[in-house]
Design a protein around this ligand. Structure first.
Ligand SMILES: [Fe+2]
Length: 120
């Protein structure tokens, strides 16, 4: 079984705020697959310090969220919620995140949980 720390703590947080068992599976999968799109980012950019990247290079790295979203949907269209969690996992409640600078309720609850855990 494959797991990682973001997946595990996302499930713990979801249990703590009362998510149902069936939602835990989705949150766990989102925690595991949130960065699946990084495989499409050139390795030289991915391994650089984010502050050293130009704005255009940052946009390429940030696109990993959308690459992951597309990869999940292409594998199974029924996984739309999981794909959206992946797409939104770097959004922030105050609109300072990426890719779409979403605010509060525009961000899926699953993505909010992943974002909190991913930050720490
Ligand atoms: Fe990410």
């Amino acid at each position: 079984m494959i797991s990682n720390i973001v997946q595990q703590f996302s499930i713990v947080l979801a249990i703590g705020i009362g998510y149902s068992y069936d939602r835990l599976t989705e949150i766990g999968a989102a925690g595991l697959l949130r960065d699946v799109g990084i495989g499409k980012i050139p390795a030289d950019l991915f391994h650089k310090n984010i502050e050293s990247l130009s704005r255009s290079e940052q946009k390429i790295v940030e696109a990993h969220s959308e690459f992951g979203y597309r990869a999940i949907l292409e594998s199974d269209h029924s996984l739309e919620n999981l794909a959206i969690c992946t797409l939104q996992h770097h959004e922030r409640m105050d609109g300072t995140g990426y890719l779409n600078q979403l605010h509060e309720k525009q961000i899926e609850p699953c993505a909010r949980i992943i974002a909190i855990i991913n930050t720490y």
